[in-house]
Design a protein around this ligand. Sequence first.
Ligand code: MG
Ligand code: MG
Length: 628
Amino acid sequence: MKTSIATVSISGSLREKLEAIAAAGFDGIEIFEQDFIADDASPAELGRMIRDHGLEITLFQPFRDFEGLPQPYRAKAFDRAERKFDLMQELGTDLVLICSSVHPRALGGIDRAADDFRELGERAAKRGLRVGYEALAWGRHINDHRDAWEIVRRADHPNVGLILDSFHTLSRKIDPETIRRIPGDKIFFVQLADAPLIDMDLLYWSRHFRNMPGEGDLPVRQFMQAVAATGYRGPISLEIFNDQFRGGNARLLAGDGYRSLIALMDDVRRAEPEVAVDLPAMPARVTPKGVAFVEFASRGAEAVQMEALFTTLGFTKVAVHRNKAVSVWQQGEVRFILNQEETGYAASAWAARGTTVCDIGLTVSDAAAAIRRAQSLGARTFEQPLGPGELQIPAIRGLSGSVLHFLDHDSGLDGVWDVEFETIAEPGQGAGLTRIDHLAQTMTYEDMLSWSLFYTAIFDMQKTPMVDVIDPDGLVRSQAIAATDGQFRITLNGADSHRTLAGRMLSETFGAPLQHMAIACDDIFETMSRLQVLGFEALPISANYYDDLASRFDLPAEVLAQMKSAHILYDADEAGEFFQVYSRTFTGGMFLELVQRSPGYRGYGGPNAPFRIAAQKRQMRMATIPRS
Ligand code: MG
Ligand code: MG
């Protein structure tokens, strides 16, 4: 499979784009005329530069308003085409994209257009070039790939073929199954883009809101299944017009693009096993079974504070590492690791951010398969030198350098606690905390698509629609991603403004830190009474919140009174209830959430987030008022 991406899809100068595209692993690029015009190198030099990056120029585009013109416009269009043919030959590419005309003087008629293409094919053939025709969703006469195909069919010239673009087909809700009838060798090129479903003008939607396959809502997999079934073996190219991407990080976006394309084609292969997809074998998506550990990098006084926090939450220090300044705190299935090493990865994470979550361990059924899938999708692996007797536990880097380890049972990796650590105590009764319910990462709004693609491409996880969370100082967007079996959940919180609580954390760190995590319990009232004895301080919630709760839900008065005194928040959906308590913010801007989730409830207490944020900001203001 030949992978390609249009230069418009990412940010930067042409040279920066080439670097990023080559580094991500693409085979080729579609060169956009604008990029080419903006550069000061000659076409021949540019062509060389592109090939020096190991990239092929898969397509030159766009050539507009060609077909159906009356004279003298028709003759001029052919002259223009000859000039572009000159340019293509200098650049070193043989295929040009001609998009369906929007010219006010263009005349309709399938045969008229077919005649124009036959003649253009003849001229292209003399130079060894090929012409591809694409139906723009807003073309004046041709806006459907079926009509474009009919023109190509009637032009009946070996140098004239069809170009398919998933956006143009799917945005107009044209059934992609109709592609199966087109002979694969008459399809010259395939462009892919996804998009969120928004009801707006097609041209505006296309120019500003396209995104990578899997990031939007269009049925791109069905589209590619139909394309693959035709026997098409040419390049599969991303053509993404997106305002946010134009200003984004070129390397991150090129990596996202490559990941989305490989994951999509792997899905196509699995959905349609009888169709040959030329892609190296890779394991299926990995199902995370839960969080095996959360590792904090900390040091000195902050580490002492962390230990005190763990203690007030009912955790027991159960083990210490045989070679390192690393301890394990456990309660139920939850393991917190406190890493105070002065060298290695945790030490550099601490140096960069202060106390922070530097590593997350996921339990999977096959750690080696998880690594192979992640690597196939362009994820970087992580290794550091092993001490005596230490296990080689496979790990990858997240998008901002964070580390994700994979533990499994079959290869004995879940035995790491006995192998590398010395047990010093058994977990006590604790406060009834059982397992990690969800992790919450904070990031800039721009990074949210990248992270959700990262999780959904590697893991068997589904995203839920994005919701807005109102912070008194701005908006935070939140998206939950959950394993299909519900055993692992993560929420991504994207901040627009540095004044929001999430934004403030970002301005003091970098990347996409874990800002909070929720720990599950079976009976939050029992847990809270035990925590009170241990000295845990919940985030105080306003009395007004409970008055409002009484009006929205049918809760018994004594339950409501108990909730109010323990600062327990509440939410419910058709299927179940959700109780939550927040900790006060601790070192590094992090906080914890304790939750009781009835089995059917699918949310995260979203309606309570504004009250939680307001309470946290109140707490932060109190902390900065000098005491007299
Ligand atoms: Mg296109
Ligand atoms: Mg939460």
